[in-house]
Ligand binder design. Structure first.
Ligand SMILES: *Cc1c(COP(=O)(O)O)cnc(C)c1O
Length: 426
């Protein structure tokens, strides 16, 4: 049996940094990544057969818990009929109908294979449909790794952004305006200056990629009002929040209706899938109907679609989200109570099965707020919990996820572990 350290060393020889997605490498917390051998329900086991309570759930998809028997069976049943056809199937219609039925804004939907592909395609579509070039995004929101989205704010307000990745020419982000999350006035100013050129505003309507940061009242409403007034497309990136925070996404909770929505993560139940959809008049611009090109060899993959349909079916059971939300609150309230007991500045927030924990007295409203929290203390907390067999996201800038399999005994065990870690940090 290889140890995690041995596997990491071996991985680093054949895979850059030893991982296939950077956050897995533990760079922001230090230490050795855990190599997963298997997972079941709320747990996974690493290469050394140590068990962890898992609060990342594949970064969101594992909302039913790992290896849910009904989802695994759906995958097995689909697989024996062939892994991919490159021709349409009835199951693709079924999942499209399910998504349209559940999301208030969605009239038509197209499947892709990842969240990155969904947002990239939605932005191309918004540009194609409006004939405009500029897009607005917010600091701290992540929309996948397409070139024009790997950008941070420039030095002055309303300047265009700077690339956050090597390999992205400055020209590629020169049409991307980056504003502070929850800053309605900045958006108003951007529209006053560039209104005729803005193709779309893309936003995580509840941000989960700078830890969990909720929209302040009026923020999403302002985006809706300004996009409507100026003829821009409002894109809700619900890749993380879709079917995670509630049965109808953030749009169902806030009542703010986007023109386009992007999805992934939960809708594949752990298999690679993504989707973008919305107003039929906008979707009519996509090939083969319109001039905006978009395609994919594995789009609508039958095995992924089978996992997605089964997952969505199970999420539709009455009371599912009430229970999930209650378990998540039990976790965040328990952690907050224990931290207070030990005199540690700590706060937490949650929505449905998604949560944020912050080593800060108040819940953050922006990326700056998150950065001002005690990141060093978070790192110590992370490693303390890891030692106790509890796996939180290995970064203070990531949200956490609870599944339907995180029952009272799992939450209680987490809080008992946290109590002793908080004590050591006090
Ligand atoms: C995860 C995520 C993406 C990217 O999805 P991938 O499947 O990793 O490409 C895009 N937007 C948001 C909000 C996400 O959370």
């Amino acid at each position: 049996m290889s140890t995690n350290a041995e596997l990491f060393e071996r991985a680093c020889r054949s895979i850059p940094g030893g991982v296939n997605s950077p956050v897995r490498a533990f760079r922001s917390v230090g230490g050795t990544p855990r190599f997963v051998a298997r997972a079941q329900g709320p747990y996974f086991w690493d290469a050394e057969d140590k068990r962890y309570i898992d609060y990342i759930g594949s970064w969101g998809p594992a909302i039913l818990g790992h290896a849910h028997p009904a989802v695994v069976k759906a995958v097995q049943d689909a697989a024996v009929h062939g892994l991919s056809y490159g021709a349409p199937t009835e199951a693709e219609i079924e999942i499209a109908e399910l998504l349209i039925e559940r999301l208030p804004s969605m009239e038509q939907v197209r499947l892709v294979s990842s969240g990155t592909e969904a947002t990239m395609s939605a932005i191309r579509l918004a540009r194609g449909a409006t004939g405009r070039n500029k897009i607005v995004k917010f600091e701290g929101c992540y929309h996948g790794h397409a070139d024009s989205l790997l950008v941070k704010a420039g030095s002055g307000l309303l300047t265009f952004g700077n690339p956050t990745s090597a390999g992205v020419p400055a020209e590629f982000v020169s049409h991307t305006i980056v504003l502070d999350y929850n800053d309605s006035n900045a958006v108003r100013e951007a529209f006053n200056t560039h209104g005729k050129d803005i193709a779309c505003v893309i936003v995580e309507p509840m941000a989960g990629n700078m830890n969990l940061v909720k929209p302040v009242p009026g923020f999403l409403e302002t985006l809706r009002e300004l996009c409507t007034k100026h003829g821009a497309v409002l894109v809700f990136d619900e890749v993380m929040t879709g079917f995670r925070v509630g049965p109808r996404g953030v749009q169902g909770i806030t009542g703010v209706t986007p023109d386009l929505t992007t999805l992934a993560k939960v809708i594949g139940g752990g298999m690679p899938i993504g989707a973008f959809g919305g107003r039929a008049d906008i979707m009519a611009n996509i090939a083969p109907l319109g001039g905006v090109y978009q395609a994919g060899t594995l789009s609508g993959n039958p095995v992924a679609v089978a996992a997605g349909i089964k997952t969505l079916e199970l999420l539709g059971e009455p009371g599912f989200y009430d229970k999930l939300g209650a378990q998540t609150r039990k976790l965040t309230e328990g952690l907050t109570e224990r931290a207070k007991h030990h005199g540690i500045a700590f706060s937490a927030d949650s929505e449905g099965g998604m949560f944020g924990i912050y080593f800060a007295a108040n819940v953050p409203k922006s990326l700056n707020d998150v950065s001002a929290s005690d990141i060093d203390r978070f790192k110590k907390f992370f490693h303390g919990m890891l030692d106790h067999g509890v796996y939180f996201a290995p970064s203070a800038y990531e949200a956490g996820f609870v599944s339907a399999m995180h029952d009272d005994s799992v939450i209680d065990a987490t809080i008992i572990a946290a109590d002793s870690v908080f004590k050591s940090l006090a």
